[in-house]
Each structure stands twice: as structure tokens, then as C-alpha cells.
Design a protein around this ligand. Structure first.
Ligand code: NAD
Length: 328
């Protein structure tokens, strides 16, 4: 059995990964600063099912704090799975310096700590946003990624480049995983599926930026976790893989699926397209299939049904969801 550090372990994807790794018998350290990008109480609830697990440890701290980070990355750690970040495209346009600080400097602090333990593998949570407005579809790992159209995307590409540098200089085994719009229970409240569900459920209009033709390759969180776990096993050099569903869906079709699943009509407020939003994402997953055995198993309808079930259960239990329902 192995010992892993999951940065951002209290977040949406991180908390699912911690559950899986513990379920597989590993020791897991979640490192998270519970930042205020969304309510930290939500993140504490994300860890409810693992908090008392004997092989789980939560470290509250900041990945930018070198002294803190180097205390915990030692020869006993088999891999660091680096998911901590300021996520979100639009807010990165408002706060580019913060995104740079957390996503680039934070990653560098972790890499500096890892270089003293070159056998420790490093998995970097990258993003489909690095493809920018790539016209060629599906997006493949060999495509140019030199035109990020938001600070967030640029920081994720910078993270991949730094990973390469540290692999080259110190031999750290590295895998960068480009996640494509992840959804499922505990999804971040700012993301479309969660936000639209909240608004449809409370009879409020949902803002649809553009004419609804914008497409996203929605990928279920368990499939992403499968991909991360496969990457942990194969990580031996420097590699980049897309982890996506490879079935992009237009925003207006997503709204239809949500209406059906919720059994309620959506009121749509059409707004101009937002700067920083890419027109489409569409993963070519041939490489991940070949090297990682990656195969998405949960389609959108099934995944949305699970999300809606979770959302309704949470709304009954948690005051936070009720507060969110009362606001936009
Ligand atoms: P999330 O915001 O739910 O999780 C990120 C976690 O990182 C949070 O718990 C936050 O408190 C923590 N964190 C932020 N700054 C930190 C710091 N300085 N020190 C320590 N912890 C810090 O986001 P998520 O959706 O779970 O995303 C996880 C990762 O996957 C991120 O790197 C994100 O960029 C990437 N990603 C996510 C998606 C998606 O659709 N959710 C898509 C592509 C890439």
C-alpha cells in the first residue's frame, strides 16, 4: 500500500480522490487551505465520509508556504497529486495576480519540495482550457497549446511546463492530466451544472452566455478519479493525457437534460458571450485509452441524475444549500 498527498483534497475532485484512495487501502494526506473561493464549510462537508478514517490525515495549510510543504513531503510519500488551485476562468480575469500566485508559485513550491525526493511521483491536475479556442476537434495532446485565452488557462499551461522542467532536471516522474469540465456530486457551486440546478430548482432565470451553442465535454467525477488512479500506476516519465468524456454537449442541450432530470422548466436569460470562455471543448482520449486503460463509464444523463439526487439530499440537510437556493 502507498502513501499519497492530495493537495486541494477538500475540494470537489480532491475529496472524491481521497475517498477512492482510502477505499483502495492507501494512506492519504489531504493538504488544503480551505480558501474562500466558495464556502469553506462546503469543503469541510466534502470530507465528511473520510474525516475519521484511520488512514486519513488532514493538513490545513497553503501550498505557497514552503516551510509547511517541505515538512510533509518526505521519502515515505509515493506521490503528490496536485489538485489545489484557484479554479474558474471568469474570476481569473478579475484576479490574475492571485491565480498566478496560487497556481504557478504554489506549484513551484511543491515541485521544489519534491525534487529532494525524486522517486516521489507527481500528478498535476491540468485543464482542457489550455487548448484555448482550438478549432481542430477533438483536442489531442499533440495539438499546439500556445494560445490560452484566460489567465486561468495560462497558469495551467505554465504548471505543465514547470512539471516538464522539474522532470528534466531532477528525474521526477510526472503526469499532467487535462481534465475536461468535471461534474458529479459535490461539484463546485460556480460551475454550470450546479449553478443551473440551483436556479431551476428555485424558479429563477438561468444566465445563458451566448446562444447556447457553446459545447463542453462534461466528464463524470468517478471517471476522472479512475484516470488519476491509472496515472498513479503508470507514471514513470513525463506525460500529458486528456481525461474527458469525448462526447461534447451544447449548453442548450445540457439545459434540456437538467429540466428533464429536475422535472421543472428552466427560464433562460440570454446574455452576451463572456470573455475568456472557449467555444468548445472536446477530448481526444485515444492516448489515455491506450496508456491508462481510461474509459469513461458514466454518461451525462446518468451523471446528472446522480448529481440531482445528491443536490436534493444536500438541500434538505445543509443550511448552506438552502442559503444558496435563496440567492442567485
Ligand atoms: P475546488 O476549488 O473544489 O478544489 C480546489 C481545492 O484547492 C479547494 O479545496 C481549495 O480550498 C484548495 N486550495 C486552493 N488554493 C490553495 C492553496 N493556496 N493551498 C492549499 N489548498 C488550496 O476545485 P476542483 O473543481 O475540485 O478542481 C481541482 C483541480 O482540478 C484544480 O486544479 C482545477 O484547476 C482542476 N480542474 C478542474 C476542472 C473541473 O471541471 N472541476 C476542470 C479542469 C481542471
Amino acid at each position: 500500500m502507498s502513501k499519497f498527498i492530495v493537495t486541494g483534497g477538500a475540494g470537489f475532485i480532491g475529496s472524491h480522490l481521497c475517498e477512492r484512495l482510502l477505499g483502495d487501502g492507501h494512506d492519504v494526506i489531504a493538504l488544503d487551505n480551505f480558501d474562500d473561493f466558495y464556502d469553506p464549510q462546503v469543503k469541510r462537508r466534502n470530507l465528511r465520509s473520510v474525516a475519521t478514517h484511520p488512514k486519513f490525515r488532514l493538513l490545513e495549510g497553503d501550498i505557497r508556504d514552503a516551510e509547511f510543504v517541505t515538512r510533509f513531503i518526505d521519502d515515505r510519500i509515493h506521490a503528490v497529486i496536485h489538485l489545489a488551485a484557484r479554479a474558474g476562468v471568469r474570476p481569473s480575469i478579475e484576479q490574475p495576480l492571485l491565480y498566478q500566485d496560487v497556481n504557478v508559485n504554489g506549484t513551484l513550491v511543491l515541485l521544489e519540495a519534491c525534487r529532494r525526493h525524486p522517486h516521489c511521483k507527481f500528478i498535476f491536475g491540468s485543464s482542457s482550457s489550455v487548448y484555448g479556442n482550438n478549432v481542430k476537434v477533438p483536442f489531442s495532446e499533440s495539438d499546439r497549446v500556445d494560445d490560452p485565452i484566460s489567465p486561468y488557462a495560462a497558469t495551467k499551461r505554465a504548471g505543465e511546463l514547470l512539471c516538464y522542467t522539474y522532470h528534466h532536471l531532477y528525474g521526477i516522474p510526472m503526469t499532467c492530466l487535462r481534465f475536461f469540465t468535471v461534474f458529479g456530486p459535490r461539484q463546485r457551486p460556480d460551475l454550470a451544472i450546479h449553478k443551473f440546478t440551483r436556479l431551476i430548482e428555485s424558479g429563477k432565470p438561468i444566465p445563458m452566455y451566448g446562444d447556447g451553442s457553446m459545447k463542453r465535454d462534461f466528464t463524470y467525477v468517478d471517471d476522472i478519479v479512475d484516470g488519476v488512479c491509472a496515472a498513479l500506476k503508470t507514471c514513470d516519465a513525463y506525460r500529458i493525457y486528456n481525461l474527458g468524456n469525448s462526447h461534447p454537449l451544447a449548453l442548450r442541450d445540457l439545459i434540456n437534460v437538467l429540466q428533464n432530470s429536475l422535472g421543472k422548466p428552466a427560464k433562460i436569460e440570454q446574455l452576451p458571450p463572456q470573455p475568456g470562455d472557449v467555444e468548445r471543448t472536446f477530448a481526444d482520449i485515444a492516448l489515455a485509452r491506450k496508456d491508462l486503460g481510461f474509459e469513461p463509464r458514466v454518461n451525462l444523463e446518468k451523471g446528472i441524475a446522480r448529481f440531482v439526487q445528491w443536490f436534493r439530499d444536500e438541500s434538505k440537510q445543509s443550511t448552506y444549500q438552502q442559503e444558496l437556493l435563496a440567492t442567485r
